[in-house]
Every structure is written in C-alpha cells, then in structure tokens.
Design a protein around this ligand. Sequence first.
Ligand SMILES: [Zn+2]
Ligand SMILES: [Zn+2]
Length: 347
Amino acid sequence: MKAAILENKGILNYYTDTPTPAVPTGHVLLQVKAVSICGSDISRYAKGHRMYPLILGHECAGVIADVGDGVSRDLVGKHAAIIPVVPCFECEECERGYYSACHRYSFIGSRQDGGFAEYVVMPERNALIIPDDMKFEEAALIEPSTVARHILDLGQFREGQTAMVFGAGSIGLMVVQWLRILGASRIICTDISDDNLDTARRVGAHITLNPQQVDVAAEVKKLTGDGVDVAIEAAGAPQALMQTIAVTRPRGFVVCGGNQPLDASLPMSFIEDLMRKELSLVGCFMSYSAPFPGHEWTDSVEVIRCGALDIPTMISHRYPLSAAPEIFSRIAAHQMSHRKIILYPQE
Ligand SMILES: [Zn+2]
Ligand SMILES: [Zn+2]
C-alpha cells in the first residue's frame, strides 16, 4: 500500500509498496479516503518522536474494507472516522471514564500506525461510523472538532456566556465555531495573523484583536468590563496564557488548549492574579468522555451533518498523499501559511 512513513526526526518518506497491515481479531481495516494534518503531526516530525518507523495521522476517515475475527462482516463498506485513542478499558482511570488518562493507552497515528496511508488497522471500537453522505474530508475533521467541544465542557461554558479565544489556528477556529453553535453572547478572538482573524470572523467571532496592534487586556476591559466568562488559550504562547488571567472575570474559567514551549516560564504574579479572581485554570488533553468516545464525537457528527460547523472554511489545501514529504518540510520550515490541509491517498 501507499504510505508516508516517519523514519526519523525530519525524515518523512513516501512509499508505494509498504505491506498492507493484517487485520487481527476484533479489529477493522479502514481504507483511508481523507486524512488531515494536525499541528501535533508537524511537531512529531520537526522535534522528533518517541518511535520510528511510524505512520502518523489521526484526523482521518474512510471506508471499512475488511474485518477481523469476532467483528460483524456487515461493517464492510461502512464509512468511518478514526477515534484515535485506544484505552485499555480496565485501569482505574478508564473505569472513571477518563480515557485520556488511561494508564496504558495507545494512540493511532502516534503510538501505533495511523492514517497517512492507504489503509489503517484499528480496534472495532475505534471506528466511528458516519453517515454515507458525509464527505470524507468533513469526517476527517471530526477529531479536531471534538477537541474544541471538549475544551468548552472543561471550561463549563453555558449558553449566553461571553468567551475569548487566544489563537485562531485550527483548534482556536473550531472553538470559535462551537461557541457560536452553543450560543455564546460574545466571542472575542486574538491572533497575530490578520488572515487568521479574517477566518475567525467568518466562522463566528464577533470581535477580533491582533496583540501586535492593540493592548488586548485594555480592549477587553473596554468591551466587557470585568472580563469574559471563559478564556481559552489555543495559541500555545506564554504571553497569551498570561493574558487569559487578565481578561477573565472573577470566578471565571481559563482552559489551556495550546501546547506551550517547555523551556518558557511565567512570573508568579500569574498565580496571584488567579487567586485574587478565584479563577479555575483547567488543562485539556484529548477529547473523550464516558461512555466512550463521548458526546463530543456524536455532537461533532451532528453539527457537521447539519452544516452548523463550517468545514469548507477550515480547509486551505488539498493534496495527494504523495505530497506529504514536501508539505511537512515546508510547514516545519514555516514556508507555508495554511489552515487544515487534507491529503488523499487514492490520488
Ligand atoms: Zn490532532
Ligand atoms: Zn485504561
């Protein structure tokens, strides 16, 4: 089969003759029709990964082509999206329904082979069956949508509240969309790229601010008085994280959804301000809740199906899978501005 294989830090090669995986008991084989590049795929490529060789890719959809023993053959031909986390379903955290905290989880596209390939094998439970009339590129973006939906659960967001999203990258834009869908009364979004801010307005942000042009905290104070109910850090920038505290109203919620540079630090005044306002600071890791994989997934299918989640605006590029090596190297070298990039193994 065709596959783009990560062979070392910065080394991604495309092959047309990789063995198609066997289908173990309890598993299904998905023929990949569309797979999207996640920021985490780029960072695994650019910064190095825990294991090689590996096929990355977890934002992925296709058609079930074969099933292993113990799985109904009726699934063959059904359309499905990948649910990437593979929990043990036995440990203490799985019992509590906290699948992303599983003591011994695997993850399709990071700890086992993923979707930058013609075929990917996974446990039956990890195939989210989708409607036949949903486009595969739409279904490939179910996963990033679930992360945004999960972030708003963690921030205890409720209809009518105000919210601020730092960073209009893929996750930030998905959060803006979910805030619109769930009825936020005011959505403010920041980014250092005016293009990204244009997109944020197109998908639902009421107000956009570029921190390189305005004093974000002062603007939000003017707009909201005491601040927003929920702030979401989706930029992965320490300056943005610092500002979340300033723009959130007392007793509000701050959700960390962006991966921060590990060598950065924040002044302890961050904690003092957090204490004075009695804010809740919440981390987000993955997008699951009980019963597995959680309402984040069924909700995402629903809003894509009815058109409430604007997917076309999220996608900036489409390429055949064979272009993966070139695309990864250009993105890692910051030579390509993009939103979601969809790769097609069939072309
Ligand atoms: Zn992802
Ligand atoms: Zn577990």
